[in-house]
Ligand binder design. Structure first.
Ligand SMILES: Nc1ncnc2c1ncn2[C@@H]1O[C@H](COP(=O)(O)OP(=O)(O)OP(=O)(O)O)[C@@H](O)[C@H]1O
Ligand SMILES: [Mg+2]
Length: 159
């Protein structure tokens, strides 16, 4: 399933992240793509804030993953920008996070696309100025009907 939504401001992207934080569960994965400055970290900040994370959320470019604990669920925030490819990710054992009791959010996810589990929700953010077009796509067979209706209602509200 694919939805196209619009964000008109940083605040709206923060709120989109918050909406997802209200409905996601352990083991869920969000894959974020889009150019430098697209708003991937802004989305993650909104998500983490709603989850109850109090520490500052910034791109973990040098460490690859930041763990934000202390909220409703652990949030594992990845930035794979500096990886050469999927083997780098696997060699560091980072794929184990996908099968953890937290939620993974991955900036520059296309670098490790072939490793992403089927229940990944993809967000592709494009745009300049303050307006962003965000394509949200996922495999509807990977979610139960309750979860599916929650995800689609977030998308339709902003469609
Ligand atoms: N609609 C919008 N949604 C998100 N951010 C926006 C929007 N409009 C303007 N911005 C600005 O765009 C920037 C997004 O920065 P952010 O760090 O989230 O990008 P990023 O995709 O994580 O980049 P990087 O790949 O460098 O990590 C911020 O400065 C934010 O204020
Ligand atoms: Mg970022």
């Amino acid at each position: 399933m694919t939805f196209n939504i619009v964000s008109n401001s940083e605040q709206e992207t923060l709120e989109l992240g918050m909406d997802f934080a209200k409905i996601l569960e352990p083991g869920d994965i969000i894959a974020l793509d889009g150019d430098l400055g697209a708003g991937k970290t802004v989305f993650t900040r909104g998500f983490s804030q709603e989850m109850g994370v109090t520490s500052h959320v910034c791109s973990p470019t040098f460490t690859i993953v930041n763990e934000y604990l202390g909220g409703r669920l652990p949030v594992y925030h990845f930035d794979t920008y500096r990886l050469e490819g999927p083997d780098d990710f696997l060699d560091s054992g980072l794929d184990e996070y996908f099968y953890n009791e937290g939620i993974c959010i991955i900036e520059w996810s296309s670098i490790i696309d072939e490793l992403l589990p089927e229940n990944t929700i993809h967000l592709e953010i494009r745009g300049v100025g303050d307006k962003r077009n965000i394509e949200i796509s996922f495999d509807e067979n990977s979610f139960n009907s309750d979860k599916l209706s929650k995800i689609t209602s977030i998308c339709e509200k902003r469609g």
